[in-house]
Structure formats: structure tokens, C-alpha cells
Design a protein around this ligand. Structure first.
Ligand code: ADP
Length: 479
């Protein structure tokens, strides 16, 4: 295990951006050059050898013509031929043999085999009509055989056998390779040097950006990253700033929420403290007054409790799909159930509660969470209504969604505040809300629950005339 973790630690180096760029630069610099050096040397070698062969072949043809024209096989004292042969043999550092039909060597530039019989496959093949050439790279020589044809009969009357060393070509080839290796080595050092400089230049702006981000991160989050340079890095800086902005908005919202919660909880606590203190300050307080104050204190406790319960509900419903318990529910029965529990409250103020359903709807919902949401809407419609008013709840659907509408004849919401009523702790008329036991969290909970169902909620309202809240929920629950 220790070895593996150490190995992993070492392999981390390979993840370095610097190292990868450096290796790529070196590879791109070295591979083409090395390939070119090797190829050019090889090309030179094969070119030089084939050129040597074609030169020798043309000399062989000249010699062959001289042999025939000078009637060499009948008269072996032919100076012109001898001079040519010896010259070629000397210039190309090789050996030339002239062989007659009986495989007898009539001329050997080395003067070693004159008059002897040659038994060589290449020579016999040439008599059989095959021009042959044989190159031995390892032995570093080439052998060429060329037939000598009678000018009249075209019959092969002899063979010229040439054996030449290609050693000087190989020597040149090897020195070329050595030169190339030396060049590659020098070039390699240069490439490495330049790559190091290139990598440093490339990585430097990244470091600069990372340092700027680091500075901003360790300091005040309100300061944006100020980076001017490469477009791509400017983009990263812009994204980072965008993220900072979002974070600061979230942070502001969080702070506002905490201060709202403290404020909301402080109000009932302050009331309780005032009530309790005034009881303590008085002596011989009548029992009725005690009872009255205690009732008030109890109401405040209930208020604080309501706020805490609502806050917990908000946390539970907030963008947390994992807490959703989905079941298939008959929405008509579901709404009738909600209305049944609210009827006594409406009746207290003689508010008529009407239910209208356009069709039978069955949908996949979290009954508890959506129940809470719709309950809040109907409760508000009753709360923010006039005595003897009405509340109408209606249900409709199409092939994808079902729609619940809660209408009331109540006080309405001023147009400019209609969007804000879904904010936590927002109340149009705080005094009225408190009086009716509202926490200002009801519509925030409602909206959360509806969003959990991938639904939507809208409000239309006229001050003094009433409000309409419309809810749209998919029939099938979407994760
Ligand atoms: P609250 O606990 O104050 O009722 P809500 O979040 O449920 O909190 O509602 C926020 C505010 O929106 C309320 O304080 C009220 O001013 C306004 N409101 C909500 N529903 C209605 C309605 N049906 N008619 C008029 N005003 C409403």
C-alpha cells in the first residue's frame, strides 16, 4: 500500500501541464528532424549505389563493344581494350574479368586467374541470357555480369564480370550518420532549451491569474479579479468574477434570511418579555389579569412556534427532491379534503367556499407537500378576504398538466408587490398578517412545494377587488 501511494505521488508529476507541453514541444522538434536525418542518409546510400551501378553498367557496355569490335577472343593483344579495362578497374577500385564461351577467364585485371575456368552461378546465368547484378551491402561490394553479344549472330560469346567495392560510399554514409547524430544532439539541446523558455512563457500568465485569484480568494470576496492578458484567461477571470457575484448574492440572501428570522423571532419574545415584566413589576396582581397576560404569552409562544415550524418546512421543501414522497392521487378528492378542513374557518367570517371541478383528475404528487401548498393559498384567500366574501377553488386539466385556481373576493395585492409576495417573510400589510397569525412564510413554502413538482404558480390581483392564484402541475411527476 505504501509503495502504491508513493508511486501515485510520483505519477502526479505526469499530470503537470508544464511537463506535458515541454514533452510535446521536444517531441515535435526532435521527431521530424531525426526522421529526416535517418531517411536522408538512407536515401543517399541507395542513390549513390544505384548511380555507381549504372555507371559500371555503361562502362561494361563500352567494354563489351570493344571486345566485339576488336575481335578480342581471336586476338588477345588489344591495347585499346586493355587500357579501358585497366582504367575502369583503377578508377572504381575493382576487378574486371572477361570470360569466353568455355568459361575460361581470358582477362583478369588482377592478373591472378588468367586462363583458369570460372564456375560461378552469375556467369552461367548470364550465358543463359539473364543480365545479372548482385549487390552485397554487408560485404560492401557490387558484382555485375554483362553478356558480350556477337554483332552478327547476336549470340552470347562471352561475359564481362565486374566486382567493385562500395566501401567508400559506405564510409561516406557512416560519416553522414555520425554528422547527423552530432547535429541532432546539438539541435536537441537547443530544442530543450527553447522548450523550457516556451513552457515558462506559456505557464507564466496562468500563474499570474492563479496568484490574482488566490489574492482575491484570501481577501474580501467583493473584489473582482482584474486580469488583462490572453483572451482565454480573461474568460476564466470573467467566469470567476461571475461566480463571485453569484456567491455574494447568495451570501446577501443568507444574511438577509438570518436577520429576518432573528427579527421575526424577536418580536414574540419581546412581547413575552414585556408581558412577563409587567406582571413581575406589579404587586398583588388580580387573577384575571394574570390569566389575560398568560393567554397573550401563550399566543406569542404559538406565534414563535409557527415561525419555527414554517422555517423547518421551508428547509424541507427547498430544492430537495429526495424528500419528495410521490403517490398517485385523485386530485378532486384531495382538494375536497382540504376544503373540508377549512370550511369552519371560512364560516367564522361567513365566507362562502366554493369548489368547481371541470374533470376527474388523477396525478402523481407528494400529497403532504402539495396539500400544504394549496392549503396556504386557500387559507390566505380566507384570511385576506372581507367578511361575507367568497373563495372559489377550481380544478381543470389537459393531457400534460392539471390546473388549480384559487380566487377570492378579498383585499387584493397592489400590482407592484405581486412578485414579492412569494419572498420569505414578505407581507403586504404586516399588521394584518400578524393579526391573523401569519408568518410571511406561507407563499414561500407554497412556491417551493410547487417547484419541487416542476410546476408553476402565478398571481393576478386587483387591489380591493380580490386575487387569483393559478397553479400548474405536471400530471406525471418528473424527477
Ligand atoms: P402570511 O403569513 O403573511 O400570510 P404569505 O407568505 O402566505 O404570508 O403571504 C405573503 C403576503 O402576501 C401576505 O402577507 C399578504 O399580504 C399577501 N397575500 C397572500 N395571499 C393573499 C390574498 N389571497 N389576497 C391578498 N393578499 C394576499
Amino acid at each position: 500500500m505504501v509503495i502504491i501511494s508513493r508511486l501515485k505521488e510520483k505519477l502526479k508529476v505526469l499530470k503537470s501541464f508544464k511537463l506535458v507541453i515541454f514533452l510535446l514541444l521536444v517531441l515535435f522538434g526532435m521527431i521530424p528532424l531525426s526522421a529526416y536525418s535517418v531517411l536522408s542518409a538512407k536515401l543517399y546510400l541507395s542513390d549513390a549505389i544505384s548511380q555507381r551501378i549504372s555507371e559500371l553498367q555503361s562502362h561494361a557496355t563500352i567494354i563489351s563493344n570493344l571486345v566485339v569490335n576488336s575481335n578480342f577472343f581471336a586476338n588477345d593483344d588489344v591495347t585499346e581494350l586493355n587500357t579501358e579495362i585497366n582504367q575502369v578497374a583503377e578508377v572504381y577500385k575493382g576487378r574486371i574479368l572477361i570470360i569466353d564461351k568455355n568459361l575460361t577467364i581470358l582477362k583478369d585485371t588482377y592478373n591472378l586467374e588468367n586462363g583458369k575456368t570460372i564456375i560461378s552461378k552469375e556467369v552461367i546465368d548470364t550465358f543463359d541470357g539473364k543480365n545479372s547484378r548482385y549487390i552485397n551491402n554487408e560485404g560492401q561490394y557490387v558484382e555485375i555480369t554483362v553478356p558480350i553479344n556477337d554483332t552478327v549472330t547476336r549470340e552470347i560469346i562471352g561475359v564481362i564480370f565486374m566486382s567493385f567495392s562500395t566501401e567508400n560510399i559506405f564510409v561516406l554514409y557512416e560519416s553522414m550518420i555520425q554528422e547527423n547524430i552530432a547535429f541532432i544532439a546539438v539541435f536537441g539541446v537547443l530544442v530543450i532549451f527553447l522548450s523550457v523558455i516556451a513552457v515558462r512563457t506559456m505557464v507564466k500568465p496562468l500563474k499570474t491569474l492563479s496568484n490574482v485569484i488566490e489574492e482575491v480568494a484570501s481577501g474580501d470576496t467583493d473584489i473582482a479579479v482584474d486580469y488583462k492578458g490572453y483572451n482565454e484567461l480573461e474568460q476564466i477571470a470573467a467566469s470567476y468574477n461571475h461566480m463571485l457575484e453569484k456567491l455574494s448574492i447568495t451570501e446577501e440572501a443568507r444574511q438577509e434570511f438570518v436577520s429576518n428570522v432573528s427579527h421575526e423571532l424577536k418580536t414574540p419574545l419581546t412581547s413575552m418579555k414585556v408581558l412577563a415584566e409587567s406582571l413581575i413589576a406589579q404587586e398583588d396582581v388580580p387573577a384575571e389579569l394574570y390569566r389575560e397576560f398568560m393567554e397573550d404569552i401563550n399566543n406569542e409562544i404559538e406565534r414563535a412556534n409557527n415561525i419555527i415550524v414554517d422555517l423547518l418546512t421551508i428547509v424541507k421543501t427547498e430544492k430537495n427532491q429526495s424528500t419528495v414522497v410521490v403517490s398517485t392521487v385523485n386530485i378532486n378528492e384531495f382538494l375536497e379534503g382540504l376544503l373540508k378542513t377549512l370550511r369552519p374557518i371560512a364560516a367564522q367570517r361567513n365566507i362562502e367556499l366554493v369548489y368547481e371541478s371541470f374533470r376527474d383528475v388523477t396525478a402523481e404528487i407528494d400529497e403532504i407537500k402539495l396539500g400544504m401548498a394549496i392549503n396556504n393559498l386557500i387559507e390566505n384567500a380566507i384570511k385576506y378576504n372581507y367578511d361575507d366574501g367568497w373563495v372559489k377553488v377550481s380544478l381543470n386539466s389537459d393531457h400534460r398538466y392539471f390546473y388549480i385556481k384559487v380566487e377570492d373576493s378579498g383585499v387584493g395585492i397592489p400590482e407592484e408587490l405581486q412578485d414579492r409576495v412569494f419572498e420569505r417573510f414578505y407581507r403586504v400589510d404586516p399588521a394584518r398578517s400578524r393579526q391573523t397569525g401569519g408568518t410571511g412564510l406561507g407563499l414561500a413554502i407554497t412556491r417551493n412545494a410547487i417547484l419541487l413538482h416542476r410546476g408553476a404558480i402565478k398571481v393576478y390581483s386587483r387591489e380591493g377587488q380580490g386575487s387569483v392564484f393559478t397553479v400548474r402541475i405536471p400530471l406525471n411527476f418528473q424527477v
